[in-house]
Write a protein that binds this ligand. Structure first.
Ligand SMILES: [Zn+2]
Length: 396
């Protein structure tokens, strides 16, 4: 097969802003960031060395006109009252047992045997609801990808499994999210927990991305709270608190070679490489990281911690040395969403101080409709910090 030089020229013509350099290989995992078009031929050589026709396939199946359209984003507005923003409260659990299934929870036992639990989905939705309210007061148009206590499908994971969930498999095959053979395998599942873990989780993420893309926002903020990578439960099922704390903000634009296996992934790579999504996401990420460092007083992750975290070392790339904490990474939402998007990890929930602060219901927030939300001071502070970051990003 030969590369179509005409198509190649169009790629070059489309690429106005060279953003990133080709990242050196981490072992076998070459992280391919957005590259200057001058390096296209080198990239093709490298891509072919690892996986023949990776790029060729993407180029050959690409709809140039469509790519061009996708790369033109609605201009960032000058005032919050003209802002269209999607806020994505991370994860979907509505109780501890689903959170355990999602592996997004903390269970702690103190020195006198008292037990405490937290789960991430309940915290991210509190931040999201308060942030939404703060933005709406300024006239912004805000879309939450899910409502508190529910998944993006408007029901809980358990309710979904009770219903006609096999329809989702057909839809997934139709939309290229799932291969036929996989869908048949999942179709034979009867264990509710396995269905939630293997089918619902991915399907729900696709639906989040779909919702965001049809909303066409100026910015997407995905809200998460991190835990230390190595903090896995002990034999009795308890986590351990510690004193470390760090923050980071993820943006799209980095792909490992093995993450370019499927045509849709390759297209996403090409779209991000050619369009403005990556540089626009980076601009927002830098502002968010600055506010987290200054207002929440959590430092951006840096060496030597960086070198201990597998997901940073193997699957992420620091944007540049002058902006610690801002990482390119191929997370599901960052790949599927076509608009400027950031995924924010402001602190570690399993940091001793953060954990007990998150347990406290020591603050109130009264919404525009008069509802009183009883929450942790730290949650309120986080929502307020994001609000101020969005304000600063608008003014920038
Ligand atoms: Zn998370």
């Amino acid at each position: 097969m030969l590369l179509d030089t005409n198509a190649l020229q169009q790629v070059v013509a489309l690429r106005h802003n060279a953003v990133e350099f080709l990242h050196p290989a981490h072992g076998k995992n070459t992280v391919l960031c957005s590259v200057p078009y001058q390096m296209l031929s080198t990239l093709i050589e490298i891509a072919q060395a690892y996986e023949p026709y990776v790029l060729y396939d993407a180029l050959a199946t690409c709809n140039w006109q469509q790519l061009n359209n996708l790369s033109s984003f609605p201009q960032k507005p000058y005032s919050l009252s003209r802002l269209k923003i999607a806020i994505d409260p991370g994860h979907f659990a509505h109780n501890l047992s689903t959170a355990i299934l999602e592996k997004k929870y903390l269970r702690i036992r103190d020195s006198i045997g008292h037990e405490y639990t937290l789960y991430e989905a309940a915290l991210t939705e509190q931040i999201a609801v308060i942030l939404q309210d703060m933005l709406q007061r300024e006239g912004a148009e805000v879309m939450l990808t899910r409502q508190p206590g529910l998944s993006t499908l408007g029901i809980t994971a358990e309710e979904w499994v009770q219903g006609n969930w096999k329809q989702a498999l057909d839809e997934s095959v139709r939309k290229g999210w799932l291969e036929k053979a996989e869908s048949e395998k999942y179709g034979s599942y009867t264990d509710e927990r396995k269905i939630i873990r293997d089918v619902f989780r991915t399907y729900e993420m696709h639906k989040r991305a779909e919702k965001i893309n049809s909303f066409a926002p100026h910015l997407v903020v995905s809200i998460h709270l991190n835990v230390d990578e190595k903090n896995v439960p002990d034999k009795d099922g308890f986590h351990t608190l510690h004193k470390r704390n760090y923050s980071m903000v993820f943006v799209p634009g980095a792909y490992a070679t093995e993450e370019l296996k499927f045509p849709l992934d390759r297209l996403a790579f090409l779209r991000q490489w050619l369009g403005q999504q990556v540089p626009l996401s980076v601009r927002a990420a830098i502002v968010f990281q600055r506010f987290i460092t200054d207002s929440l007083v959590v430092p951006a992750v840096a060496s030597p911690i960086t070198n201990e975290l597998t997901y940073l070392l193997k699957f992420s790339r620091l944007h540049n040395q002058s902006n610690p904490g801002v990482y390119h990474r191929n997370l599901f939402l960052l790949r599927q969403v076509r608009y400027p998007v950031i995924l924010v990890e402001p602190f570690l929930q399993d940091n001793e101080q953060e954990f007990f602060q998150l347990l406290q219901k020591d603050s109130y927030y009264i919404t525009i409709s008069g509802d009183t939300l009883n929450t942790s001071r730290r949650i309120l502070q986080t929502a307020r910090t994001y609000f101020h970051a969005i304000q600063a990003w608008i003014k920038e």
